[in-house]
Design a protein around this ligand. Sequence first.
Ligand code: GLU
Length: 435
Amino acid sequence: MTVTTRFAPSPTGTLHVGNVRTALHNWLWARKHGGRFLLRIDDTDLERSKEEYVDGIRADLAWLGLDVDGEERQSARFALYEAEFDRLKASARVYACYETPEELDIRRKVLLSRGLPPVYERKPADAPVPAGVAPHWRFKLDHDAPIEWADMVRGLQHFEPKNMSDPVVRRADGSWLYLLPSVIDDIAMGITHVVRGEDHVSNTAAQIQMFEALGAKPPAFAHEALLVGTEGKLSKRLGSLGMASLREDGIEPIALVALLARLGTSDPVEPVTSAAPLIESIDFARFGRAPARFDEGELALLNQKILHHTDYAAVAPRLPIAIDEARWNAIRPNLMTVAEAADWAAVFDGPFDPPAAADEDRPMLAAAAAAAPGIDWSADPWHALTDAVKEATGAKGRALFLPLRRALTGRDHGPDMGELLPLIAKDQVVLRLSA
Ligand code: GLU
């Protein structure tokens, strides 16, 4: 059986880090097993679903490198749902209900006030049917079949259907709620593993009986703990943190993937430059039950670490022409984002105005300006330059290196000057030192 997973977003908004994490785990699992990863657009809610969000979801998955092996849309599958619904009607596993929301609400309150679970009470088969009212439909849980599954994250799960309400699967206007179409699709698409957030655990209990009522074996389930912000809560920021804003902040897709793949698991978050080790290591048994904390600071730091060993070829199309492979290798240990590489183009080739030097550094810089033209730039110019200045002025250590670094790069920190200097044009060096 080919391992088949699906990511099933509703196109009613843009993806945020929480649902991207679910998509990623589904993708990693499929790739680990040489299986298939499907995108299922859950657009049964025609009012709220928007085409621009569908496009956004596709674009975000592509940006993250989560390639899909197929795409389905629920809005194109209503005929199938209708046919399967008819089957359930014929076997009396769905039934018509006529209560208004107000009636249900009052009944719930009565039950609660008596200290009873607010479970939906089925009507006797011969209860009168109100005239002229279109029914909504519930799935009839089998009260005699306790529900159990071995969740890949949570371990053995047990539910007593007697304590559960028969879930509504279809509204009076004929529109579908999420539960049943999802099961029909999971069967039709051969889904072997459903990976989703733990907010779906009680849905799963009802859905397992739906799989069985439709004559199918339920897939395996992995319900992951939710993602929370640094404050330990489901933060608003997290719920709206989209790929566009991360991209704007210079976050590389692989950095987000590296973080989300391992966050909340017992495997360490590592600065990988490809998804291969993440595919290799994904194991739901190593996922924790506690909420996973997402920290934007940790993401920025991981992004930086990843850039430090990112090959030139991987970023070349996004770099200014001036930044060739040697220059990239020299500056990458000092970058927070790829975009910052552009700041270095002027350091290498000019135009560049060195900051005004302190008076006490001027004689030393003048000595450097005098020595530079005679230095062989193809050997080790930094060594030669500092030796010449040392000899001429007696300057050494920090008093020698820092003013030179400032004059040549405009910064107090940066790449090793021995590596950097041969990459800066010699006439530029002379110009800066004489300024
Ligand atoms: N559209 C559902 C959601 O976004 C899918 C849940 C599932 O994976 O089954 O919650």
